[in-house]
Design a protein around this ligand. Structure first.
Ligand SMILES: Cc1cc2nc3c(=O)[nH]c(=O)nc-3n(C[C@H](O)[C@H](O)[C@H](O)COP(=O)(O)OP(=O)(O)OC[C@H]3O[C@@H](n4cnc5c(N)ncnc54)[C@H](O)[C@@H]3O)c2cc1C
Length: 405
């Protein structure tokens, strides 16, 4: 096969699929290349280990590509509060949806549910070709046409190639784009746990000097935990037997939700901050984890990626409507300028938080705890911070703007 498209997207994860839906709805001919076919989830399946805290702006984007209802029909857990506290003192901060006039602060959704609900929508679009399972064998860049040779020998080409192929992006590598990276020296240990007390539809996070521990609410009353810990400690948390893990977990979480009765298998993910030196070159754009990865402590990675997808779609759609070249550097730079500043701000904030809390020096702990309590009692400052984190304000793409929550 040798076929020409308007746009080729490599990577059918949450971000690539969202972009394909957004552009496919606007009559672009799209090839979406994905290595692994996602499987649907059944109601009585065990909860997946990988979940995402989906912000309000991401909900809006997923609604505008008609995939949100599919997620609610499968399983998604809305949370109305967030409680954050410091293990080295009495500092704490509590966020409540009602204080912001919202029905929820966001939803915890399994990545597989997000991916499959998006795929369902993509498959409904006649102008999107889902090429899966397929990988890239070769990429040939030129001024006018990007050519991709797929693993089965098929050749596809398009004016614009998008790398949505995750943290170790082959597209980024093939384009010779360097990344600035530094390991956080932590791994995130994830598991699903059932405690004796209900999570009260609250996202809980306790900052320990060795890293943050989050309990994220799931629909059946259990929680998905994300326990970021220094590498050696994380390795031990993975290796230790279940009884010891439960005992360590209860103590790290101060038994906040009572006793842990059940724990699933555990997995660990090394945490690395990465930022591509360029998001675009002529005929090429990077989105999502292919462009940036950050610490999961504020659950922002995929939310930033979905904003990338919405911004790139908006820039490309506008260029087409004005009769401009959708793949020129002038067009693509608009996307890069728009998203790089926002992503950088979030990255530096996450590194700052991580360093601030990974320190048990008495003076710093005093200041940190006093600061948390102060912000907690300053309604307008707290609400401003929260509105930004939820994606309710900032320079948002049209797809991400609220039509009323
Ligand atoms: C422990 C942990 C917890 C997290 N929690 C949150 C959270 O609560 N909220 C949040 O917003 N973010 C969270 N994140 C971050 C989030 O998971 C990522 O930002 C998100 O998965 C990135 O999506 P993506 O589509 O860009 O990349 P990916 O999810 O990596 O998808 C890339 C896709 O490309 C495919 N692919 C790769 N190479 C090729 C190739 N050569 N050919 C074809 N296909 C290819 C892959 O199979 C995959 O499907 C968390 C991350 C971690 C590690």
């Amino acid at each position: 096969m040798n076929k020409q498209y308007d746009i080729i997207i490599i990577g059918g994860g949450m971000v690539g699929l969202t972009l394909a839906c957004a552009l496919g709805q606007q009559q672009f001919n799209i090839a979406l290349v994905e290595a692994y076919a996602p499987e649907d989830i059944k109601h009585n399946d065990d909860y997946e280990l990988r979940v995402s805290a989906i912000s309000k702006s991401s909900q809006q984007i997923l609604q505008s590509v008609n995939a949100w209802q599919g997620m609610l029909n499968r399983r998604a857990c809305a949370y109305q509060s967030m409680h954050v506290w410091d293990a080295t003192g009495d500092g704490n901060i509590h966020f409540d949806a009602a204080e912001l006039g919202l029905d929820s602060l966001g939803h915890i959704i399994e990545n597989k549910v997000i991916q499959f609900s998006l795929l369902e929508q993509c498959l409904r679009l006649p102008n999107v070709d889902w090429l899966c399972p397929q990988q890239i064998k070769e990429i040939h860049f030129s001024d006018t046409l990007q050519e991709v040779v797929l693993s089965d020998g098929d050749v596809i080409n398009a004016r614009l190639l998008v790398g949505a192929d995750g943290a170790n992006s082959k597209v980024r590598e093939a384009a010779g784009i360097e990344i600035n990276q530094s390991p956080y020296e932590q791994k995130a240990v994830v598991a699903v746990v059932k405690s004796t007390l209900h999570h009260k539809n609250t996202a809980w996070q306790r900052f320990l000097p060795t890293g943050p521990l989050a309990f994220l609410p799931l629909g059946d009353g259990s929680c998905s935990i994300v326990w970021s810990a220094e590498n050696q400690r994380a390795d031990k948390l993975i290796e230790m037997d279940e009884a010891l893990f439960i005992s360590e977990l209860q103590s790290a979480f101060e038994n906040t939700l009572g006793k842990v009765e059940k724990v699933s298998q555990r997995a660990a993910f090394p945490l690395v901050r990465r930022h591509a030196n360029e998001y675009v070159t002529p005929g090429l754009a990077l989105v999502g984890d292919a462009a940036h990865t950050i610490h999961p402590l504020a659950g922002q990675g995929v939310n930033l990626g979905l904003l990338d997808a919405a911004a790139l779609a908006e820039v490309v759609i506008k260029a087409k409507s004005q009769g401009k070249n959708i793949a020129s550097l002038t067009t693509l730079r608009k996307y890069e300028r728009w998203r790089r500043a926002d992503n950088s701000l979030m990255m530096y904030s996450m590194s700052g938080f991580k360093n601030l809390f990974s320190n048990d020096q008495a003076e710093l702990s005093l200041i940190r705890n006093a600061g948390l309590n102060l912000i907690n009692n300053m309604g307008p400052v707290k609400n401003k911070f929260m509105r930004h984190a939820l994606g309710l304000e900032g320079d948002l793409p049209e797809m991400a703007k609220s039509i009323g929550w």
